[in-house]
Design a protein around this ligand. Structure first.
Ligand code: HEC
Ligand code: HEC
Length: 374
């Protein structure tokens, strides 16, 4: 296995170099894991090719190779489930109320913003504002990029740093955030909604048998119920479900590369991320690293510069990229991830193929918005 051998040697030198320059223990462990996984994937790949009687490098669209690729992909990735956890308890009344609240501008102090302002889910948009960082009710920009609400209920936790444990906890945040919707307190929110007879009726119907159904907890529950309907399915799901032709040759090569170079050590599972936290900037720093990430939540030193591994579903239509939205192009984001997370210099062909693969993750029927030039 000459190619795998070269991989190992190059990585080993890199490992020694990093070890000498005294990089931190966590990164070293990460490197070992990545090294191991990459070697396993590469070896498994060769074994797969050997068993199928195909030469490595044979056209990825030929049927047996496609079947092998799907099999390998299903070891680390998966189709998006039909339903989000908890959705089985949501009633049509709660979902309809949640939808109305998601589009409700009276939830912001000056009645200019709804959730949908920063997470646009109508007009075939992908649940984001496509801004580097979001602009709040009073025109001030926050410090972070708005992640998509599509499929968010599948995530291990909400926000870039995971500070809200679920959609219900998350929904209470932006309404009271002074830079976002800027309401001074929950009672004012409830007072505003209570002046609307339709809301009184809808809350009563959605939460039957409660003495005061129109309350802040139920508002968050209804919004979360609506968000749990925001599940997308895309061509990659179709491919995993057995449709060979759903991915072009370039997209299949990109999927192969995505696994082989080690992106799937972090971006894995049905959401291709969204299921854990990892340091951002393992081999090289992401600069300026002013946002320290998850350490603010856990107060653990080990969580410095640690962020939620974002889901890559719908990634082609949810730019700009990274927690501060500093990267406009998907291709540059991919190249940068290779460099700083894996210490791999991806070739232009690899970057283009991986980008092609990531573009297959756009939900059926969704369109993005072109990003403003930088
Ligand atoms: C002013 C823009 C803005 C408004 C208005 C807004 N959000 Fe957000 N939203 C953001 C930003 C920015 C983040 C990321 C913040 C962070 O991680 O610290 C976020 C994060 C989220 C997340 C987490 C997604 C993930 O992948 O972690 C969800 C879910 C969400 N918002 C839903 C809502 C809901 C529901 C509302 C209305 C009640 C709302 N947002 C209003 C900008 C906004
Ligand atoms: C060691 C874990 C790890 C590895 C390996 C990794 N990533 Fe990431 N990825 C992350 C984290 C963490 C972030 C969030 C960065 C931030 O805070 O902005 C991220 C962000 C991204 C983003 C931007 C997402 C967004 O919503 O803005 C893309 C695109 C991406 N990764 C692609 C890749 C590709 C392609 C590879 C392989 C070349 C890869 N990643 C390898 C952990 C990893």
């Amino acid at each position: 296995m000459p190619v795998a051998g070269e991989f190992c040697a190059a990585e080993w030198f890199e490992f020694i170099r990093m070890a000498r320059s005294g990089f931190d223990v966590q990164a070293r462990i990460q490197m070992n894991i990545i090294h191991f996984v990459r070697l396993t994937i590469t070896s498994a790949g060769y074994l797969g090719f050997a068993l199928l009687g195909a030469e490595p490098g044979a056209s990825p669209t030929s049927a047996p190779a496609t079947a092998g690729l799907r099999k390998k992909a299903l070891e680390v990735l998966a189709p998006i489930p039909q339903q989000m956890p908890g959705a089985e308890k949501d009633t049509p009344g709660q979902i309809a109320l949640g939808k109305r609240l998601f589009f409700e501008k009276r939830l912001s102090k000056n009645e200019t913003q709804s959730c949908n302002t920063c997470h646009v889910v109508d007009q075939q948009r992908a649940g984001v504002d496509n801004e580097p960082t979001s602009i709040g009710a009073f025109g001030k920009r926050g410090g972070r990029n708005s992640p998509t609400v599509l499929n968010a209920g599948f995530h291990v936790a909400q926000f870039w740093d995971g500070r809200a444990e679920n959609l219900e906890a998350q929904a209470k945040g932006p309404i009271l955030n002074p830079i976002e919707m800027a309401m001074p307190n929950p009672s004012l929110v409830i007072e505003r909604l209570s002046s609307d007879k339709a809301y009184l009726r809808q809350f009563a119907r959605a939460f039957p048998g409660e003495t005061t159904p129109l309350n802040y907890d139920n508002l968050a529950r209804a919004i979360a119920a609506f968000e749990r309907t925001l599940v997308t399915h895309d061509r990659f799901d179709d491919f995993l479900n057995g449709q060979d032709k759903s991915l072009s040759a370039a997209e299949q090569r990109g999927l192969q590369d995505f696994m082989t170079v080690g992106c799937t050590t972090c971006h894995n599972g049905p959401l291709i991320g969204g299921n854990g936290f990892k340091k951002f900037g393992i081999f090289e720093s992401y600069l300026p690293d002013t946002d320290k990430g998850r350490v603010a939540v856990t107060k653990e030193e080990a969580d410095e510069l640690v962020f939620k591994v974002p889901s890559l579903r719908n990634i082609a239509v949810t730019g700009p990229y990274f927690h501060d939205g500093r990267e406009n192009s998907l291709e540059s984001a991919i190249r940068r991830m290779g460099k700083i997370q894996l210490s791999v210099a991806l070739s232009t062909d690899q970057v283009n193929d991986i980008a092609a693969y990531l573009k297959s993750l756009t939900g059926h029927g969704l369109k993005g918005k072109p990003l403003a030039a930088k």
